[in-house]
Design a protein around this ligand. Structure first.
Ligand code: ADP
Length: 331
């Protein structure tokens, strides 16, 4: 019987609660005790935690956000903070800390692991899917649904006025969310960090493609999905330049934080449940400083540094499919 602590850190993602539930339930089944630290690494530094009993998990699987709250904690990067966290964990006799978060949170987990001799396990929770060593991250599937349903609505108004819309989708520095959302919403064009060839080339490409479509079908609505952080001058700059180039009204829409919220879709709930259970199955085993991910439908363990040191490529066939659709004369 071990004592397990869990926390959620960094950008929140739908399915974090489902993951907490899975950890609490698996602990209960395996005879481990479980506590939850609040506000990410801040709770670890301030010894702010809650004892979990199995009744907290009732109705939790479908809730967005995280009941443990998430936070950023700049101070945690210092040596002193990691040492304080280690002695706080020891004071509560914690054997294993489970960190649900993104790559920043995993760097924090590794940092702690260098100062604490307990077991540290990461679980990937981010809508960006930008973590190597796992095919998907908890929250990614829900964020695709949210982006797609928003773009569908933009399409309705774009069609009504035959306008150009530029829709900015999250993803930090990766194009997973933008590519999936573009494919599923039948967007006419997508601008991704992984495939970005510079401003002039992108503008000319959009212009050429739009011209072909207009020659064939007259004025049409046209939707461009833009991954955040790609366009050097931001979405308004791209919008103005497209406006001048195409002689059309271009409307910029930033989807923003709605993409982080909402009840998780089933795929995220299932991923969270399986990864959480697998993490608890490792408690007390001789594995440390790993992330539990999923590759080809099977849970796996990956050394934490690999999750941010390796680059995770976009799915090549999805890229090719999107490219073919962009080049097609119909949409
Ligand atoms: P995410 O986990 O979503 O990528 P952040 O990048 O904001 O989110 O990181 C979350 C937290 O992880 C930070 O506020 C900080 O407490 C901790 N963290 C990030 N990078 C490091 C690091 N290099 N060393 C120690 N802690 C870190």
């Amino acid at each position: 019987q071990k004592r397990v602590a869990v926390l959620t850190s960094g950008g929140d993602a739908p399915g974090m609660n489902a993951c907490i539930r899975a950890v609490v339930l698996a602990c209960e089944q395996n005879g481990h005790e479980c506590i939850g630290y609040k506000h990410g690494y801040n709770g670890l530094l301030n010894q702010e935690y809650t004892e979990f009993t199995a009744d907290i998990i009732h109705n939790l699987i479908q809730q967005g956000g995280t009941v443990l709250h998430s936070a950023r904690c700049l101070e945690f990067k210092t040596q002193e903070a990691a040492q304080r966290a280690a002695s706080n964990l020891d004071a509560l006799n914690i054997d294993t800390l489970i960190v649900i978060g993104g790559d920043g949170s995993f760097r924090g987990a590794m940092h702690l692991s260098n100062h604490w001799d307990g077991q540290v396990i990461g679980l990937p929770g981010t809508i960006d899917n930008d973590i190597a060593g796992t095919d998907a991250t908890i929250g990614y599937y829900t964020a695709i649904e949210t982006a797609v349903s928003s773009i569908d609505k933009v399409r309705d108004t774009a069609d009504a006025f035959e306008r150009l819309f530029l829709v900015e989708v999250m993803g930090r520095h990766a194009g997973f969310l933008a590519l999936s959302a573009a494919l599923a919403s039948a967007a006419d064009y997508v601008v991704l960090p992984e495939l970005f060839n510079g401003e002039e080339e992108t503008l000319n490409d959009i212009h050429a493609q739009l011209t072909v479509r207009r020659e064939l079908r007259g004025n049409i609505s046209y939707i461009i999905v833009l991954a955040e952080n790609v366009w050097p001058g931001g979405i308004n700059d791209l919008s103005q330049r497209l406006n001048a180039l195409t002689n059309s009204e271009v409307r910029p829409v930033i989807l923003g934080h709605v993409q982080r919220g909402g009840s998780p879709v089933s795929q995220d709930r299932i991923l969270a449940t399986q990864l959480g259970a697998h993490a608890v199955s490792l408690v007390g085993k001789p594995v440390n400083a790993v992330m539990v991910g999923e590759v080809n439908g099977k849970p796996c363990e990956v050394p934490l540094p690999m999750t941010w040191e390796s680059t995770k490529p976009l799915d090549e066939s999805a890229v090719q499919t999107m490219q073919a659709l962009i080049n097609s004369r119909y949409a």
